[in-house]
Design a protein around this ligand. Structure first.
Ligand code: DGL
Length: 265
């Protein structure tokens, strides 16, 4: 039996659109209902209590809107709020985080020295390190918070000299030397994927998380008979604080037909 309801997706801002875009490319029949919590961005510098509260409110909002599945398209919220979202909403809809599929793919590729970059909250949570070690206890994990990257991306400066300089500042740090794979542990960072690959000159595999996450979600929804059999309705995009700048940047991420609707949480 097909299910033509939308897939609910959320992030603190526009970064989760990298995951929504990968899903839209892979699953063209699906419609999405997206929530960017722009009023509370960045999550990466918030307390776990605040991140949990926002995530639960958004999760409930998306499920109330009729979402058939919930995708936490934010590493910070995945690290802090996944278990609680499964507890409170998992009996209604399948809940996906963006960390587990990436950890599995990295472990399967046989990497032994893995770097993880993400927000402060993600790195402090230790979620990647814990799950990578569960997948393979011999993996050496170097995690580093790279908090300057999200504002640069949200400001639309991803392709500027500023972003190149900031990347060089982080990627040259001793912590990340000797790694064979780098996990972009923040859904904003795939915007910088090409620059990071170029900077690392092919010496390090840069893990493409949106595609990996989209493939996992597709497989699970298929196994649960939850994939749509036709395109039903249009994508909807909500933000908790509307600005024209967010709309312009969101269009660059997802496509020009995107319009943002404000919904306070
Ligand atoms: N996109 C979010 C993530 O994946 C973080 C951005 C933020 O700090 O709000 O962690």
């Amino acid at each position: 039996m097909a299910n033509n309801s939308p897939i609910g997706v959320f992030d603190s801002g526009v970064g989760g659109l990298t995951v929504a875009k990968a899903m839209a490319n892979l699953l063209p029949r699906e419609s999405f209902i997206y929530f960017g919590d722009t009023a509370h961005l960045p999550y990466g510098d918030k307390s776990p209590e605040a991140i949990l509260q926002y995530s639960l409110e958004i999760g409930n909002f998306l499920v109330d809107q009729g979402a058939k599945a919930l995708v936490i398209a934010c590493n910070t919220a995945s690290a802090i709020a996944y278990e609680e979202l499964v507890k409170t909403l998992g009996h209604k809809v399948p809940v996906f985080n963006v960390i587990d599929p990436v950890v599995e793919a990295t472990a399967v590729h046989g990497h032994k020295n893995v770097g993880v970059i993400g927000t402060r909250a993600t790195v402090l949570s230790g979620a990647y390190k814990k799950r990578l070690l569960e997948a393979n206890s011999t993996i050496e994990v170097a995690s580093m918070a790279t908090p300057l990257l999200v504002p640069v991306i949200e400001e639309g400066l991803a392709k500027s000299k500023i972003s190149t300089d900031i990347l060089a500042y982080y990627l040259d740090k001793p912590d990340l030397q000797g790694i064979s794979a780098l996990i972009l542990g923040c859904t904003h960072y795939p915007i910088l994927h090409a620059q990071i690959v170029e900077y690392l000159q092919g010496k390090v595999e840069v893990i493409d998380s949106p595609l990996i996450v989209a493939e996992t979600i597709s497989q699970v929804l298929d196994a649960k008979n939850l994939l749509a059999d036709r395109r039903y309705g249009v994508h909807k995009f909500f933000v908790s604080d509307y600005t024209e700048t967010f709309e312009i940047i969101a269009r660059q991420f997802f496509g020009n037909d995107l319009t943002l609707e404000e919904r306070k949480i």
